[in-house]
Write a protein that binds this ligand. Structure first.
Ligand SMILES: [Zn+2]
Length: 234
């Protein structure tokens, strides 16, 4: 029969394993997010390009409507011009038409610039979409690795937990409760070595009596500074 200290040391080893595995489980969502982050960035760039494209197309439609409106007016003026009786009226129409034609030219210039900008945006969008597709494969593979790792960790966690429960059954309930309290409080070690008359948990120098008591295998001494349980294996 192992001494209580030996039993608790094995139990502590399982508890520390469980803690480490739990930390890994807790870190998984962040790791996943980190892996997916490049895709997110490309997606945002694609969304931005698409919004710009939508806005530019709307501007283009507006320009086309303005041009069309002027063309209609020119058509009407030309009809009216045919029916005038004197040169002055004729010239007045001519001036109006010239003015509208100048406006159309300037609107068409604007539309041309707009179309060039649109082309640039469409290139950007295509590039980002290609980059997204390019990254996606590698990222999917990395995500599959993480999911596999997560499954392994969960499995290992359950196995250690079951082992821990079995070990705990064989330990004196009073000692177990004491150990559990200290472990839950410190979250690192409940049981620490008293080698060199120093507490292995808080590293304070121990009084000679405490260091001496720590050598007893069937009883336990508590560090007066941190409350951890002390042991000293012969
Ligand atoms: Zn201590």
């Amino acid at each position: 029969m192992a001494s209580i200290i030996e039993q608790l040391l094995v139990l502590q080893d399982r508890d520390r394993k469980l803690m480490r595995l739990q930390r890994e489980i807790d870190d998984l969502p962040e790791r996943q997010a980190m892996i997916e982050a490049p895709l997110e960035a490309y997606q945002q760039a694609i969304d931005r390009a698409e919004e710009d494209i939508r806005n530019k197309k709307k501007e283009q439609n507006d320009l086309e409507a303005q041009i069309e409106q002027r063309r209609e007016r020119i058509k009407k003026f030309r009809q009216q011009q045919m029916e005038v009786k004197n040169n002055d009226d004729y010239r007045t129409f001519e001036t109006q038409i010239k003015k509208l034609e100048t406006e159309i030219t300037s609107l068409e210039d604007k539309e041309l610039e707009l179309m060039e900008a649109l082309e640039g945006l469409e290139t950007v969008r295509a590039e980002k979409q290609a980059a997204w597709a390019n990254e996606k494969e590698g990222i999917d593979a990395d995500l599959a690795d993480v999911r596999q790792r997560a499954a392994n960790i969960e499995q290992e966690y359950e196995a250690v937990k079951a082992d821990r429960a079995k070990l705990a059954e064989g330990i004196d309930p009073d000692w177990l409760a004491r150990y559990d309290r200290v472990f839950q409080h410190h979250r690192d070690y409940a049981l620490v070595s008293a080698e060199n008359n120093t507490c292995g948990g808080c590293h304070m120098k121990l009084p000679p009596q405490a260091a001496h008591d720590a050598r007893k295998l069937d009883s336990m001494t508590t560090c007066m500074y941190c409350g951890r349980l002390l042991y000293s294996l012969p």
